[in-house]
Write a protein that binds this ligand. Structure first.
Ligand code: HEM
Length: 184
């Protein structure tokens, strides 16, 4: 897993729970890296799992809630770190529609060893997007948070529904843009 995920995770922990929490997590988890991450480095995926489990215990938040919160925060950081991916894209649905065929393709060029999920994306109608998420890492709650963060960033009021895993353990997100209420 790329270091940028770890550095942003620690940033969120520091902002929300303080630097002591970051130190406590590093001390409690037996991390091969010792917790010294650089954005371009690559680290064992198991380390983020241990960190999230430990934070869930200490912060008394469920793991899905934490991962969703992290995903939402991560999206706001992607906006700052990778502005080039946002140029000329007018809406959340237009952005999300391109995650598989454009965004993650470009991410792969930046980080050839990135471990990316696969999305099967369809747009049944202008106001609706369906994303089927497949990954052996099962970070669907992070994906959920990223989608919510994306809708927030574009200021698009969207209803985001995550369906239960199907027979292939894939999760489907149904994202529907809500009509704007006209104010008189
Ligand atoms: C500017 C936008 C985006 C950038 C720069 C970006 C970049 C990345 C990077 C660097 C990773 C880590 C790869 C690794 O650890 O080796 C990643 C993983 C991931 N991305 Fe994206 N991403 C973006 C948008 C999105 C969006 C909108 C979604 C969800 C709809 C998404 C879903 C995920 C998930 C769930 C993972 C975790 C790995 C997995 O599930 O297997 N990404 N992405």
């Amino acid at each position: 897993m790329k270091g940028v995920i770890f550095t942003e995770f620690f940033e969120l922990v520091e902002q929300t729970w303080g630097l002591d929490m970051v130190d406590d997590l590093i001390e409690s988890c037996d991390l091969a890296s010792g917790g010294a991450y650089t954005a371009v480095g690559t680290y064992d995926h198991g380390e983020i799992v241990s960190l999230v489990q430990e934070l869930s215990r200490r912060a008394e938040m469920t793991i899905p809630d934490l991962l969703r919160t992290f995903g939402e925060y991560l999206f706001s950081r992607f906006v700052v770190l990778y502005p080039q991916f946002f140029e000329g894209i007018p809406s959340a649905l237009d952005f999300l529609e391109q995650v598989e065929d454009y965004i993650h393709v470009e991410v792969r060029k930046l980080y050839p060893d990135a471990t990316l999920p696969r999305f099967e994306i369809t747009r049944p109608k202008e106001e609706q997007l369906v994303m089927r998420y497949l990954s052996e890492r099962h970070l669907q709650d992070v994906a959920h948070g990223l989608i919510l963060g994306c809708c927030k960033h574009f200021g698009d009021p969207c209803d985001v529904r995550m369906e239960a895993p199907d027979a292939d353990a894939a999760v489907r997100f149904v994202i529907e843009r809500q009509p704007c209420l006209e104010t008189a």
